[in-house]
Ligand binder design. Structure first.
Ligand code: ADP
Length: 256
C-alpha cells in the first residue's frame, strides 16, 4: 500500500512510504489439507455401509426373505433410490478430496472409444427407461483408439448422461456422438432439455456450483470432477447450450 501526502496549497501528492503486509498462511494450508483428508476418510467410510444397505434392499426385493406387498415394494424402491443418491454424493466428495490432495492416479492406456460409450450408455439404462428417454448413438466408423483412462472417461460420460436425463423432459431424446477432429476423438452428449443460461455456462465446471433453482439433490461437483479427470488426461472439455432448447457437453481426447 502506498502512503502519500498532499502538501497544503499544492495539488500533487508525494509518496512518503509503502506498507507491505506479509501473512504466513501455512497454518491455513495445513488446516485445509486436514479438512480435505477428513472429507476423504468420512466419505470412504460411508460408502461401505451404504452399499450394504443397497444389497439388503435387493435381497428384500427379490423375495428371498418372504413375499412383500405393493406398498412395501414402493418403499423399498424409494430407499434404494435414496441410497443410490447417497452413494453418488459420497463418491463425488471422495473424488474431489482425492483430487485436491493429489491422491488420484490415472491409468492412461490405449482405449477403445466405442467401448467407453457403450459402457456409459448401458450404465444409465434404468434412468432412461424411468423417464422414457431414448438415447441415439451416432458414431463415425473406423475411429482411432484414444490415450485415456477408460474408467474415468466412462465416469465423465455417465455424469454427462445423468445430467442430460435429469434436465430433460420425459420422452425426449439424447444424442451421443463420436467423431474424429484433428488429433482428437470427440465424445458429445446432446440433450433437448432446459438448457443453460449463457451467464452460467462458464461456471458449471466450478466446484460446488449449481445453477440457482436447479436439482437440489446434486452436489455441484460432477462437472468439476469431470473437468479434472479430462484435463489430467490432456483432454479438453466444453459445453454449448441454448436456454430452453438444450445443451451439448463434449470432451476431446488425444488419439493414439
Ligand atoms: P449436480 O450434481 O448439481 O448436477 P454438476 O456439476 O453435474 O452438479 O452440474 C452443475 C450444474 O450445471 C447443475 O446444477 C445444473 O444446473 C447444470 N447442468 C449440468 N448439466 C446440465 C444439462 N445437461 N442441462 C441443464 N443444466 C445442466
Amino acid at each position: 500500500v502506498n502512503i502519500t501526502i498532499t502538501p497544503t496549497g499544492e495539488d500533487k501528492t508525494i509518496t512518503i512510504g509503502h506498507v507491505i503486509i506479509l501473512r504466513n498462511i501455512t497454518i491455513f494450508k495445513e488446516l485445509d489439507f486436514a479438512k480435505t483428508n477428513f472429507i476423504a476418510t468420512v466419505s470412504h467410510e460411508l460408502k461401505t455401509p451404504i452399499s450394504a444397505i443397497k444389497l439388503s434392499l435387493q435381497l428384500l426385493e427379490n423375495k428371498e426373505t418372504g413375499t412383500i406387498n405393493e406398498e412395501q415394494k414402493q418403499l423399498i424402491e424409494s430407499i434404494k433410490e435414496d441410497s443410490q443418491r447417497l452413494l453418488k454424493i459420497t463418491g463425488e466428495l471422495l473424488d474431489i478430496s482425492q483430487l485436491e490432495t493429489g491422491n488420484i492416479h490415472l491409468s492412461i492406456e490405449k482405449s477403445n472409444p466405442y467401448q467407453i460409450v457403450e459402457y456409459a450408455v448401458d450404465a444409465v439404462k434404468v434412468q432412461t427407461e424411468q423417464k422414457l428417454i431414448s438415447i441415439h448413438i451416432d458414431a463415425e466408423a473406423n475411429l482411432p483408439m484414444v490415450k485415456a483412462d477408460a474408467e474415468k472417461t466412462g465416469w465423465v460420460l455417465i455424469n454427462f448422461l445423468t445430467n442430460a436425463i435429469t434436465y430433460s423432459p420425459i420422452q425426449s431424446k439424447i444424442i451421443v456422438k463420436l467423431k474424429a477432429d484433428n488429433e482428437q476423438v470427440i465424445f458429445q452428449v446432446q440433450d433437448y432439455g432446459k438448457g443453460i443460461d449463457k451467464r452460467y455456462q462458464s461456471k458449471v465446471f466450478d466446484k460446488y456450483f449449481q445453477i440457482p433453482g436447479s436439482n437440489k439433490s446434486g452436489t455441484g461437483l460432477g462437472l468439476a470432477i469431470s473437468k479434472e479427470f479430462i484435463e489430467a488426461q490432456n483432454g479438453t472439455i466444453a459445453v454449448t447450450s441454448e436456454l430452453g432448447l438444450g445443451s451439448t457437453f463434449s470432451i476431446g481426447l488425444n488419439s493414439v
